[in-house]
Design a protein. Structure first.
Length: 580
């Protein structure tokens, strides 16, 4: 789909949909005080720790820490991308999703009919190819190839395998010309003539996780080149975001214990034939971060399985590098390099299924592979070699999100280079980011600082921002832990005018402060309903008094030691007047 979804539409949608109704339609909720509770749908638990707040329009699990607004819930619960979640939420509300044109002005609602036509023609062509494989004289060649590779009819049917006849215009007489061009199935020449993109090939329909055909891969049955040919990118197909076999995998198991990432279409097919039905393949390109993030929606363990030749090792390293930003605590990646000259199919036939499964189970963990791969390029017995290791490893590890895994990877790097202090290793769990400590969502700490309390109240009740101006608070003159965060929240509130926490969370989606704002939104502050303004006003006044007192003492101390600049003298006089 072209065009961005207008931000105002998203905000209006979050106001229109009650998150309690949305979640209750999927996870039955029970009223408990001011909130609604249930057993968390994102982790296994015996007693309910999943809470939904109607006022703030957010959910939060006190067990696993999952939290967010209605869009975030759909993304996690239904394993959707952001746009898909907005579309589903709009469908729940019974409204159309508009789009913005490239000039920034609102365009008419996206032409869903044209997209439906694309999906329809792709599905129909997939059916045509499947019929050609089953019953056409040409298709017998493809059947013989599959038989030779040991692929049975059930697997071929499960993956909707087909055959594209060798003629140049076989599709044109059966389907709409313009739809075929837009779907990438016809190639248009400069002179206006067109011809079938896929000819004389075994066809692999590529389906998205909603089971829609979005593109094709095609393999020749002889030694001609290119061996594989893929659909070009279209309005419904993006190579870097789709994975071959994921649709079929999720149909069998929505939450697989692990996913095996292999190199090609036939690898997926061959593994499925041997009962290893949890494999997927990138679409002729290096495995991307988007594909890895997509897989981690469904499983906590990935095993990258690549050939043991130079190309396979390079592909494995690229996959490791792409995966580093995705490695939160609780996620695991293993690397499984096959013997030289072997692919999954040949190895399964020579060693058997049990041996292959043992290889998967004993695949090298990412941390070992990462350091072994870098260590093989340098001589860590020398200072020069250790410096080279640092130069390669540290920028890569900087991509890893904060957490125990990152800390331990840096600790291992420091141990390998044996240079204490060469890298900043032990990052405390409650580290300082941007002048503020990172928060853990849930119950408020026993000794919650005034600044956190003020910011949390503001995040949970954005309408309180007016009170800052009414009380005449001049934040530019104040300096206290969290003041930059408070200013930023006030800036976003003034810009977006969010009606509730859910809309404010949406404004922070994808930003460096998103996690902190989520945590603040989920804090239980034990403020009586209706008493938020009094609580916020009192806490804000006290915070300002404390900040002014500290600033006054610093200026007086500095004046006695070294004197003040003219601006500092003016500020000191103002603070003294205010104190009187």
């Amino acid at each position: 789909m072209s065009g961005r979804i207008p931000r105002q539409f998203i905000d209006d949608l979050l106001v229109r949909v009650d998150i309690v109704d949305l979640i209750d339609s999927r996870v039955p909720l029970k009223k408990s005080g001011a909130n609604y509770v249930a057993r968390c749908p994102f982790h296994t638990e015996k007693t309910p720790s999943f809470s939904v707040n109607r006022v703030r329009q957010i959910y939060h699990c006190f067990g696993c820490g999952a939290s967010g607004n209605a869009i975030g819930f759909l993304m996690e619960f239904n394993h959707l991308g952001f746009v898909e979640a907005v579309e589903d939420l709009a469908a729940f509300a019974g409204v159309e999703v508009p789009r913005e044109a490239g000039n920034g002005f609102n365009a008419p609602a996206v032409d869903k009919q044209s997209l439906l036509r694309l999906y329809r023609v792709l599905s129909d062509v997939a059916g045509f190819y499947a019929e050609q494989l089953r019953s056409s004289p040409e298709g017998r060649r493809a059947q013989e190839y599959l038989h030779k590779r040991g692929v049975g009819g059930d697997v071929a049917k499960s993956f909707q395998l087909g055959y594209a006849p060798g003629r140049w215009d076989v599709l044109l007489g059966r389907f709409n010309r313009e739809d075929l061009i837009e779907a990438g199935l016809l190639v248009a020449k400069d002179d206006g003539k067109v011809y079938d993109r896929f000819r004389g090939r075994l066809m692999f329909p590529i389906r998205d996780k909603r089971q829609r055909v979005v593109g094709f891969g095609g393999r020749v049955l002889d030694d001609s080149l290119p061996k594989y040919l893929n659909s070009p990118e279209t309005p419904v197909f993006f190579k870097g975001k789709e994975l071959y076999g994921l649709c079929e995998l999720l149909q069998r198991n929505a939450k697989p214990a692990r996913v095996l990432v292999v190199e090609g279409y036939m690898d997926v097919i061959a593994l499925a034939q041997f009962g290893i039905d949890y494999a997927v393949a990138a679409l002729g390109t290096a495995t991307s971060k988007a594909q890895i993030d997509l897989l981690f929606r469904f499983t906590s363990e990935l095993v990258f399985c690549f050939d043991g030749d130079n190309a396979g090792r390079q592909a494995a390293w690229k996959a490791v590098d792409a995966s580093l930003p995705c490695l939160r605590d609780g996620r695991q990646i293993r690397i499984m390099l096959l013997p030289q000259g072997q692919d999954p199919d040949s190895l399964l036939r020579s060693e058997g299924v049990e041996s292959f499964l043992e290889r998967i189970g004993s695949a090298e963990v990412l941390s070992d592979y990462f350091f072994a791969n870098i260590g093989a390029r340098v001589d860590i017995a020398t200072v020069e070699g250790r410096a080279q290791m640092l130069a390669v490893a540290k920028p890569a590890l900087d991509k890893v999100p904060a957490g125990f895994f990152r800390e331990m990877m840096f600790a291992r790097l420091q141990a390998l280079v044996a240079l204490p202090g060469a890298v900043d290793v032990v990052e405390k769990r409650s580290r300082i980011k941007g002048g503020r400590k990172e928060l853990v969502a849930g119950k408020a700490p026993r000794h919650l600082s005034l600044s956190r309390k003020v910011i949390a109240l503001l995040v949970q009740h954005p309408g309180l921002a007016d009170l800052v101006e009414r009380q005449g608070v001049e934040l530019e003159e104040l300096d206290f832990a969290g003041v930059e965060m408070l200013k930023d929240v006030l800036r976003v509130v003034a810009l977006e005018k969010p009606e509730n926490s859910a809309i404010l969370l949406e404004a922070y989606r994808g930003s460096s402060q998103e996690k902190t704002v989520k945590a603040l939104a989920a804090l239980e502050l034990d403020v009586p309903a209706g008493g938020e303004e009094a609580e916020f006003g009192g806490a804000l006044r006290q915070l300002c008094r404390q900040a002014k007192e500290r600033m006054l003492n610093r200026l007086i101390d500095k004046e006695g030691r070294e004197g003040l600049e003219s601006e500092e003298k003016e500020l000191l006089r103002k603070l003294l007047r205010d104190k009187l």
